[in-house]
Write a protein that binds this ligand. Structure first.
Ligand SMILES: [Zn+2]
Length: 321
């Protein structure tokens, strides 16, 4: 997204970095003095605040080192480590060409030796049942997360959750698909990008019962810090699906904030709260959607929408007539 950088962002001088003037010229004010904000991956004009690029690539290593020793022990070649690959992407591949570093053909004894090495390297790679499980699971994770368009950071978190579950033997007797779906669902909650349980189920064809079983299993045995989901997070998703104007979404968020101040949201399903707020907002802004439409989008029952709506209107003193 290219747009004005928010005034609220406070950048420390460490995060700011001046770049050679030749690389970027601001398209709005022709200023050549720009910042690279590495924490956000953005190039920003220092004169007017226009974001010139938000796709900067981090060429640095994925590890941190604080001493020279650490620096030396962590340096390596290859791509960045990736938790969502079963071997973290740190694999050794023994080439098939049977030539040495300078391109000469290997002798027959050497060739036999390399052949055995290659064979055992492949065998040890996915040898134990845990490793095999992980290899299958990570492939599934890649497939599902691209189906659900899950961003990279969340995919990594779910890979870590799955690995922890595997280490604690929670995957015994559960399907790989179910556990992967549960890890993904929980990772979305951790990152506060809510995906309703039902949506995950629909996409990857497992029953809601199985998914919630896996989710509860992981929650019970892994110490995950999951922030409470806030109904506001659902407003944009549902609002967009219902094709509501921005004004109505804004109104719904205002109503939800008010409801939270009045302690109406406590113990209520955030989806139901969001649905009711959207219903009220759609009426107030003259872009009315029916309770049924909203209930379908939010995947709650019509009764839930109606009940939450009544509470809201009563307690907040909103008039919808
Ligand atoms: Zn500028």
């Amino acid at each position: 997204m290219i747009g004005l950088a928010s005034q609220k962002q406070t950048r420390t001088s460490k995060q700011k970095e001046r770049l050679g003037a030749a690389n970027y010229v601001c398209s709005a004010c022709s200023c050549t003095d720009v910042y690279i904000d590495h924490s956000r991956g953005e190039v920003i004009c220092s004169a007017c605040g226009l974001v010139l690029s938000d796709r900067s690539i981090d060429m640095g290593p994925e590890w941190r080192a604080f001493t020279a020793d650490e620096q030396n022990s962590r340096q390596r070649v290859g791509g960045p480590a990736d938790w969502s690959k079963f071997d973290q992407g740190l694999t050794t591949i023994i080439g098939r060409q049977n030539v040495d570093a300078s391109g000469r053909k290997l002798t027959s004894t050497r060739r036999a030796q390399i052949h055995r090495l290659r064979k055992w390297q492949i065998r040890t790679k996915v040898h134990s049942s845990d490793k095999r499980n992980l290899a299958v699971a990570m492939t599934e994770l890649h497939r599902i997360s691209s189906q659900l368009s899950i961003p990279y950071s969340i995919r990594e978190t779910s890979a870590v959750i799955y690995r922890k579950a595997l280490r604690k033997r929670l995957t015994r007797g559960r399907t790989i698909l179910g556990m992967i779906a549960a890890s993904l669902y929980l990772a979305c909650r951790v990152h506060q990008v809510p995906r309703p349980l039902e949506e995950v189920c629909d996409q990857i064809h497992i029953t809601r019962k199985e998914l919630s079983l896996c989710v509860r299993l992981i929650l019970r045995y892994l110490n995950l810090k999951i922030p409470h989901s806030n109904p506001v997070e659902f407003v944009h998703r549902f609002g967009t699906e219902l094709d509501l104007p921005g004004e109505a979404k804004k109104k719904a968020i205002d109503i939800l904030n008010l409801a939270r101040e009045e302690r109406l949201t406590i113990g209520k399903d955030p989806k139901g709260m969001a649905a009711a707020a959207i219903y009220v907002a759609s009426i107030l802004t003259g872009s009315r959607r029916t309770q049924l439409e909203i209930a379908r989008t939010a995947r709650v029952t019509e009764v839930t929408v109606r009940n939450r709506y009544k509470e809201m209107v009563d307690k907040l003193g909103i008039s919808t007539t």
